[in-house]
Design a protein around this ligand. Structure first.
Ligand code: G3H
Ligand code: 13P
Ligand code: ZN
Length: 325
């Protein structure tokens, strides 16, 4: 039997994006795969009074089990209420859905928002599959994110060696023909921890704000999504390398550029890698300093605490979503 997201206490992204557009900030979309990540997202966002999008990739769905995920999301809403620190809007979103069937299955199991990533198709086929998902989703008041342009890096089943920037002259036709609620574009970000090839001390190249500006001109007031938006926080990379890791050439999007994006039509900023780095850095540190430790709570707990700190920092100082719930 189909589960309706409203019965789980979740909301879709429509109202979140409307307010973010008007207020010049972006909603954080944090990926999660396990209990500790989910706890950190809910605690970090409730304490900073930020709306939040809980983001699940198809890999995460396989890893965590889709039925368990639904109950986790429902539990997350209840936990937020019980914290007694105010109510925040929470959306449950499928990240990089690659087929209509996957999107449908998520909608039927309680997701309030889905991404159909047809960016690996040609324009016509992308329009076709996106429109099909929109029709099914909108009948159930679920919001849909589409994508035009390709990001380099691994996107679950959808992978690419090189990026192709979004062509601004395609966006109007795409959003009109498909009816999507938001659009992910490619302006120079990529997934993972190795976004730019730079030598030590060199600055990373700026994002293509000229493309973003042109997209905004073509579809004024339309919510734009930025994938691959982790900063690859240098302190975590240093900690990982210090405690036995090997991530020498990791580089991400500087916070100043994300602030600029958040103030524009970018209404949703996707963050996965920074959360992975925070968790890995702390776990490595705990093990290096306490080689006898074997209680998972003793390393997952501190990792979760660090994740809460990171999420609050992003909401308060980068995305501007803190206090907007
Ligand atoms: O866009 C990709 C996300 O970071 C999800 O990554 O497919 O390894 O869960 P994943
Ligand atoms: P990062 O790898 O930069 O965190 O990007 C995550 C993302 O775009 C998820 O869809
Ligand atoms: Zn992505």
């Amino acid at each position: 039997m189909a589960v309706k997201y409203t019965d789980l206490g979740l909301v879709n992204t429509r109202d979140m994006f409307k307010k973010a557009m008007a207020g010049g900030y972006a909603i954080p979309a944090y990926n999660f795969n396990n209990l500790e990540q989910l706890q950190a997202i809910i605690i970090g966002c409730t304490e900073s009074k930020s709306p939040v999008i809980l983001q699940v990739s198809s890999g995460a769905r396989k890893y965590a089990n889709q039925t368990l995920l639904r109950y986790l999301a429902m539990g997350a809403v209840e936990m937020m209420k019980e914290m007694g620190k105010g109510i925040i809007p929470i959306a449950l979103h499928l990240d990089h859905g690659d087929t209509f069937e996957l999107c449908k299955s998520c909608i039927d199991s309680g997701f309030s928002s889905v991404m159909i990533d047809g960016s690996h198709h040609n324009f016509e086929d992308n329009v076709k599959v996106t429109k099909q998902v929109v029709e099914y989703a909108h009948e159930r008041d679920v919001t849909v994110e589409g994508e035009l342009g390709v990001l380099a890096g691994i996107e679950d089943e959808v992978s690419s060696e090189v990026s192709h920037y979004t062509k601004p002259d395609e966006v109007e036709e795409f959003v009109t023909k498909t009816g999507v609620d938001s659009l992910a574009i490619s302006i120079g970000t990529s997934h993972g921890a190795y976004k730019f090839k730079v030598k030590p001390g060199e600055e990373v190249p700026p994002l293509r704000f000229d493309i973003l500006d042109e997209v905004e001109r073509r579809i004024p007031g339309f919510p734009i999504v930025l994938h691959g938006a982790s900063s690859v926080i240098p302190a975590y990379v240093e900690m990982i390398n210090k405690y036995g890791g090997k991530m020498e050439d990791a580089a991400g999007v500087p916070e100043s550029q994300l602030r600029r994006a958040a103030a524009s039509a970018v209404c949703k900023i996707n963050i996965d890698s920074d959360g992975r780095l925070a968790v890995t850095a702390i776990i490595r540190k705990v093990f290096a300093e306490n080689p006898k430790e074997f209680d998972p709570r003793k390393y997952l707990g501190p990792a979760r605490d660090e994740l809460i700190k990171m999420i609050k920092h992003k909401n308060e100082n980068v995305l501007g979503s803190a206090g907007k719930a």
